[in-house]
Design a protein around this ligand. Structure first.
Ligand SMILES: [Zn+2]
Length: 208
């Protein structure tokens, strides 16, 4: 039976890598070799973070295709090969998805962050959410600097004794993550770790 690469749609002829991994074949050899995890460590707000990939043009385009072009089929390509490792690394953690701010989220019909990370099969903690938008601001796009004003934490969910894994697709300035960390800490979260697909290079020293 013919298999086609989920990224470039080329027919997959060489199954050897996947046969070895005993997994369903979803990538061609080319795309497979471009998707090499680097597990880049970083720190933000005294919290340890890991970026699965370096922010290459390939990753950038892939994420754009996934969240900008609603290519839901791509959800598995980011973590597929590293699932076993990541499941072990974050065993016992509760997962918190960074809520989305993009206007086209509703059009997309799925939360792209959740779509990527739910394969980790961690217990979900839906503790962060967007504040209900005021009528006046409904049609205006909210700038990233305004994120602090639109994120809130569910007061009814207990953080007691929970280890939190905060996840997002791309970390750019880190302001959303910082806001989320502050909110989680204010609720008494002690152990927090961050996992993102990729992190852009820092532009300015203070931009973090
Ligand atoms: Zn391919």
């Amino acid at each position: 039976m013919d298999n086609f690469c989920k990224i470039c749609f080329k027919r997959i002829t060489d199954n050897s890598i996947y046969n070895l991994l005993k997994r369903k074949n979803i990538l061609c050899g080319d795309c497979f070799s471009k998707l090499q995890a680097k597990f880049v460590s970083f720190e933000i707000g005294n919290i340890k973070g890991t970026a699965v990939y370096e922010y290459t043009d390939f990753i950038k385009e892939l994420i754009y295709k996934f969240k900008g072009c609603y290519d839901y089929e791509l959800k598995d390509v980011f973590l597929d090969r590293y699932l076993t490792f990541l499941k072990l690394k974050y065993h016992g953690y509760h997962i918190v998805y960074i809520p989305s701010y993009h206007i086209d989220d509703e059009r997309r019909g799925f939360n792209h962050v959740k779509a990527i990370f739910e394969s980790l099969k961690l217990k979900e903690l839906p503790i962060l959410k967007k504040k209900t938008a005021h009528k006046q601001s409904d049609q205006s796009s909210l700038g990233r600097h305004k994120i602090n004003d639109v994120l809130e934490i569910d007061e009814n969910i207990s953080m007691k004794g929970k280890k939190i894994l905060l996840v997002d697709d791309i970390m750019t300035t880190g302001s959303t993550l910082l806001t989320s960390i502050d909110l989680l800490r204010s609720k008494g979260a002690k152990t927090i770790e961050i996992l993102v697909i990729a992190k852009t290079k820092k532009k300015k020293k203070e931009e973090y």
